[in-house]
Ligand binder design. Structure first.
Ligand code: PGA
Length: 260
């Protein structure tokens, strides 16, 4: 990570933890954080629970307020409130009982299981940005892309990135190789840095050097307390999007510490 970009460690809780378990995990996180006073102002922390747990999470974060944990959603629909059964609007995420700071878009599970396309991801990211909620735009290579060779994987990710932004100037990108998510087989720090460097280069081509330098690029895929420091020491990796290890307060805060 580089001077000037505040690292962000975000927990993607996926389809785990209802409101009660959400409160318990945040209570545990606050306890861990209360023992780590030195983290203040060094790293931004966000958690992204499921929709039904967002309000409980917001409550628990604010009372009492030990540390500024930010709140994110895992998905959203970009249209104005209307007849879209089963969907959640951006207005709802912005409601002051929830007040989301972030929203993940284009996670590989959304793309693969729910068929989300780059253009849908781009529409969501743009609408979030316009509403003042920061999209965390996810991109990643598949195992097949990587099997061809590293350069092929890089160009696949850069194409996906451009189409998933469609003109939007991003603030947070998450590079998550599909083959590393939930597998326990993280990318090597070198592979992750090589991709994040290429992503920053692409952002420079699209938006100019000044913008590219301030975009935070996270690595995600089997990040744990044992490998976090290796990712944190790479110049173009500005944080982590953490799945499995985010469900354990101690592990998650240990990852946060690695980026501080
Ligand atoms: P993982 O998930 O840390 O369990 O690999 C990361 C993610 O899906 O964002």
């Amino acid at each position: 990570m580089s001077e000037g970009r505040m690292p962000l460690v975000a927990g993607n809780w996926k389809m785990y933890l209802g409101p009660r378990d959400t409160r318990d995990l945040i209570t545990d996180m606050k306890f861990e954080l209360s023992r780590e006073k030195g983290l203040d102002g060094k790293v931004e922390i966000a958690i992204c629970p499921s929709f039904v747990s967002l309000e409980a999470a917001r409550d628990e974060i604010y009372h009492p307020r030990y540390y500024r944990i930010k709140l994110g959603a895992q998905n959203v629909y970009y249209e104005e409130p209307g007849a879209y059964t089963g969907e959640t609007s951006i207005d709802m995420l912005a409601d002051d009982t929830i007040d989301c700071d972030f929203c993940i878009v284009g996670h590989s599970e959304r793309r693969q299981i729910f068929g989300e396309t780059d253009s849908l991801v781009a529409a969501k990211a743009l609408a979030l940005h316009q509403a003042g909620i920061n999209p965390i735009v996810c991109v990643g290579d598949s195992a097949d892309d990587r099997d061809v060779n590293d350069n092929y994987a890089i160009s696949a990710v850069l194409d996906q990135l451009e189409l998933s932004l469609d003109g939007l100037t991003p603030k947070v990108i998450a590079y998550e190789p599909v083959w590393a998510i939930g597998t326990g087989k993280a990318a090597t720090p070198k592979q992750a840095e090589q991709m994040c460097y290429a992503i920053r280069g692409k952002l420079e081509t699209l938006y100019g050097k000044k913008t590219a330098e301030v975009v935070r690029i996270l690595y995600g895929g089997s990040v744990n307390p044992g490998n976090a420091l290796d990712f944190a020491s790479q110049p173009n990796i500005d944080g982590a999007l953490v799945g499995g290890s985010a469900l354990d307060a101690k592990k998650f805060i240990d990852i946060v510490k690695a980026f501080a």
